[in-house]
Design a binder for this molecule. Structure first.
Ligand code: G3P
Length: 217
């Protein structure tokens, strides 16, 4: 499973990149607004920091402008993946950009029918939003399983990028189902390594080692 970090905060990306766990980054207009920085500048900086794809989302909602914006975003760096919403204009933009060799992340996916359209439009990634479905009492993880089944039926190359992740369980469940990527908020990434029994066991090892009076170095 590839780990993408869902943030536009440079410091958070740098911090997590040091762990070797960052395979890419996703941003969206809300994360860019939260960063308080100029969109094109922060995408260029993140792309220079990151080996893998960096998702940069178009702002327009009409095909013609989306396409112009998408081409401008793709020109920032070779690892920029253009993010488009799951609308007919977004799917048309996805088709044109994908045919031109630009990686495209189709976002705001909430049904398997939408995911089927994104795969047929040549999307590199589909971003089903788990947390936002859970937020309204639906089963976000069921959507991941449904998309995995449909994509496997037809051997679609589009990668399932599990998004809107709220907790460690979302990551675990998405990995069990076989999502290709999880885009994870930095605070959730840091929780992935945590377990109380690990802490307890390590404390006991440290205490018992101290009793030996030995040192390895
Ligand atoms: O960036 C796409 C997605 O991960 C956003 O999730 O937390 O705004 O529902 P969220």
């Amino acid at each position: 499973m590839k780990f993408f970090i869902d943030t536009a905060e440079i410091a958070e990306i740098r911090d997590l990149a040091a762990t070797g766990m960052v395979d890419g980054v996703t941003t969206n207009p809300s994360l860019i607004a939260k960063s308080g920085r100029k969109f094109l500048d922060v995408i260029a900086e993140i792309a220079a920091l990151t080996e893998g794809h960096v998702s940069a989302e178009v702002a327009a909602t009409d095909f013609e402008t989306m396409l112009k914006e998408g081409k401008k975003l793709a020109a920032i760096a070779s690892n920029v993946a253009v993010k488009v919403p799951l609308t007919w204009d977004g799917l048309k933009t996805c088709r044109v950009l994908s045919d031109a060799g630009t990686p495209v992340n189709v976002t705001l996916c909430f049904s398997s029918a939408q995911a089927l359209l994104a795969a047929k439009a040549g999307a590199t990634y589909i971003s089903p939003f788990i947390g936002r479905l859970d937020d309204i009492g639906l089963e976000g993880m069921e959507l991941i399983a449904d998309i995995r089944e449909i994509y496997d039926n037809y051997r679609f190359k589009t990668q399932i990028l599990a998004a809107s992740i709220r907790n460690v369980n979302h990551v675990q469940q998405a990995a069990k189902i076989g999502a290709d990527v999880a885009t994870i908020p930095p605070n959730v990434v840091k929780l992935l390594a945590n377990h109380p029994l690990t802490d307890k066991g390590l404390a006991a090892f440290v205490a018992d080692w101290a009793k030996t009076g030995q040192s390895i170095l």
